[in-house]
Design a protein around this ligand. Structure first.
Ligand SMILES: Cc1cc2nc3c(=O)[nH]c(=O)nc-3n(C[C@H](O)[C@H](O)[C@H](O)COP(=O)(O)OP(=O)(O)OC[C@H]3O[C@@H](n4cnc5c(N)ncnc54)[C@H](O)[C@@H]3O)c2cc1C
Length: 416
């Protein structure tokens, strides 16, 4: 079977789904391929930064997910047993200032439903892109496998929204210039019953010497715990048995020890996230553009992946729509120019997020006592200064928002 369309989007994660929706709103025809049937994904984070919330509002899906979203009001960092940072998100002078927790299947289903209502996008799922169709040096679509046999999608432009191990990136040759940076740590994720005494609207980071853990409220009412371990350290952790995992958790959060022993009875109760970032020099090749994790894989610190995938989609859609409106002969050049404009518009924000994540990663990993004391002093200084808090958090949480002028009351964000 062959399908002709204007845009072929490979990947139905947050980036691909948001792009299909945004292009549909602009009247363009899209075919979206997703290799998995349904919105369920193997373990994924749920944290959406305030800017991601703003983008969802702009896409018209915030209302659809509101009742499933859990608003976070505080970020607390405890270092060596002492609280050194306590951020109240309501103090930031932005229209959208609270992160939310939102299960990725809920987000994906809402994006899919909004797109289906427009009737301009054909979704093939399950369908895996396995090969690029080419005309000379230009990509003209993809060949995909489906349970009903192979399908060819012929398109003016193909968008690789297929995640951190992108097939499109590899097939179109952009992979050759990719730089993968392994971070010093991996994360073991697990879920525990939520402690009765804890604030359900807070993110917690606990640091002890060079170890740290993230403790986040989950939308299913449990506590999502991300325990950081040295890169490749899972084997050592496992060789110490579950007792060592329980002890590592108790070191950071002694009040969770009993829950950890009761809830974590097998390694299958945990998930390992291999943390790396990927940078590619060019986010496009003739006939192809990459977005989201395919273009720039980030680390999970401060929940940045989803909002950058959404921001890419929102930035790219109007540029592609304009290029597709050109006469057929002028379209390839217009699409190439659109792809470059897109990268120029987005790469600065991605770089700033990555730099902030790497800085935090280094801070969390400090072990030497004098350097750890300095780290605590830095957090305390930030804690005491709203201006510094804004400077530190703006690149990650509010890159698309302008602060409200001091003399004007804040427009209240849509409650989630
Ligand atoms: C364990 C974990 C926890 C995370 N926690 C957070 C968090 O709390 N907050 C946050 O913002 N980010 C988090 N991230 C990162 C976040 O999930 C990603 O940054 C985000 O999903 C990127 O969106 P995307 O659309 O670019 O790619 P993805 O969400 O990876 O979507 C890519 C899609 O493409 C499909 N696909 C792949 N290959 C093909 C193919 N050949 N053909 C067809 N389809 C294909 C995949 O099935 C997938 O659905 C986490 C990631 C992981 C792994």
């Amino acid at each position: 079977m062959t399908i002709a369309t204007e845009v072929c989007v490979v990947g139905g994660g947050p980036g691909g789904r948001a792009l299909a929706l945004a292009l549909g709103r602009l009247g363009r025809r899209v075919v979206l391929l997703e290799q998995r049937a349904g919105a369920a994904r193997i373990f994924r984070g749920e944290s959406i930064s305030p800017d991601g919330v703003r983008l969802l509002a702009g896409l018209g899906v915030l209302e659809r997910v509101r009742e499933h979203a859990h608003e976070v009001r505080r970020l607390e960092i405890t270092d060596g047993g002492a609280r050194v940072l306590d951020i109240r998100f309501e103090t930031f002078p932005y229209a959208y200032r609270h992160p939310v927790e939102l299960a990725q299947p809920v987000l994906l289903s809402a994006l899919a439903r909004a797109t289906a209502e427009q009737g301009r996008c054909t979704v093939l799922e399950p369908a895996s892109a396995v090969e690029l169709l080419r005309d000379g040096g230009t990509v003209r679509g993809v060949r995909a496998t489906t349970p009903d046999g192979p399908v060819e999608i012929r398109a003016d432009v193909t968008v690789g929204a297929d995640g951190r191990y992108s097939t499109v990136r590899r097939l179109c040759g952009i992979e050759r210039g990719a730089r993968r940076t392994d971070l010093d740590r991996d994360v073991v994720w697990m879920k525990l019953p939520f402690p009765a005494a804890w604030d359900r609207c807070a993110y917690r980071v606990r640091i002890s010497s060079g170890r740290h853990g993230l403790f986040l409220p989950s939308t299913d009412g449990t506590l999502r715990v991300g325990l950081n371990i040295p890169k490749g350290g899972l084997r050592e952790l496992r060789s110490g048995g579950l007792g060592l995992l329980h002890a590592r958790l108790a070191e950071l959060a002694p009040e969770l020890e009993q829950e950890a022993v009761a809830a974590l009875r097998s390694w299958s109760d945990t998930t390992l996230l291999d943390i790396f970032t990927t940078e590619v020099r060019r986010w496009s090749a003739p006939g192809v553009v990459l977005i989201g994790d395919a273009a720039h894989t980030l680390s999970p610190i401060l929940g940045q992946g989803v909002n950058h995938a959404l921001a890419d989609a929102v930035a790219l859609a109007p540029l592609l729509a304009e290029a597709l409106a050109e006469p057929r002969s002028a379209r390839p050049a217009a699409l190439a120019a659109a792809a470059l404009t897109f990268q120029q518009a987005r790469q600065g924000a991605v770089r700033r997020s990555r730099a902030l994540q790497l800085r935090q990663e280094r801070m969390f990993g400090i072990e030497a006592p004098i350097a750890a004391a300095l780290r605590r002093a830095v957090y305390r200084t930030v804690n005491a200064s709203p201006a510094l808090q804004r400077r530190v958090f703006a690149p990650a949480y509010f890159p698309g928002q302008r602060p409200a002028p001091a003399d004007r009351p804040l427009r209240t964000e849509q409650r989630t």
